[in-house]
Design a protein around this ligand. Structure first.
Ligand code: DAT
Ligand code: MG
Length: 134
């Protein structure tokens, strides 16, 4: 079965949206196989977002993701990477479809509530960062 790495980012956790967000994945038929509350280190954040390290927003992204606790989860299901990205919606919440998590609850790209791996290769790499025991 396929797996993906989901982060309920600090903005979503602080807003009390964790249950709402996890419920959407569960209702889709995806199974939570690992779940934890994390205060993220800069090292973990920089490794997780390594593909963006040359982008102008990288510093702000790392500051944001390490600013407060987040909830990390591994979801399992058929085509879970694609299915969960669809539920999350486009990176810019203003372009995310209504009915998606970002479309329904977010406005700013820098506070877009949820991370989901973008490919099976990314999901394997990211699960290794957040859940090395799996
Ligand atoms: P996604 O989270 O949809 O996979 P991404 O991998 O392109 O998007 O970017 C990672 C995160 O970086 C994204 O969730 C929010 C932030 N980000 C992306 N583009 C940005 C921009 N133009 N300005 C500020 N933050 C941005
Ligand atoms: Mg991404």
């Amino acid at each position: 079965m396929d797996r993906t790495l989901i982060l309920v980012k600090p903005d979503a956790f602080a807003r009390g949206l964790t249950g709402e967000i996890l419920a959407r994945f569960e209702r889709k038929g995806l199974k939570i196989v690992a779940l934890k509350l994390v205060q993220t280190s800069r090292e973990t954040a920089e490794t997780h977002y390594a593909e963006h390290k040359e982008r102008p927003f990288f510093g702000e992204l790392v500051d944001f993701i390490t600013s407060a606790p987040l909830v990390a989860a591994v979801l399992e299901g058929q085509d879970v990477v694609k299915g969960s990205r669809q539920l999350i919606g486009a990176t810019n919440p203003l372009e995310a479809a209504t009915g998606s998590i970002r479309g329904d609850f977010a406005i700013e790209v820098g506070q877009n509530l949820v991370h989901g791996s973008d490919s099976p290769e990314s999901s394997a790499r990211e699960i290794g960062i957040w859940f090395p025991e799996l």
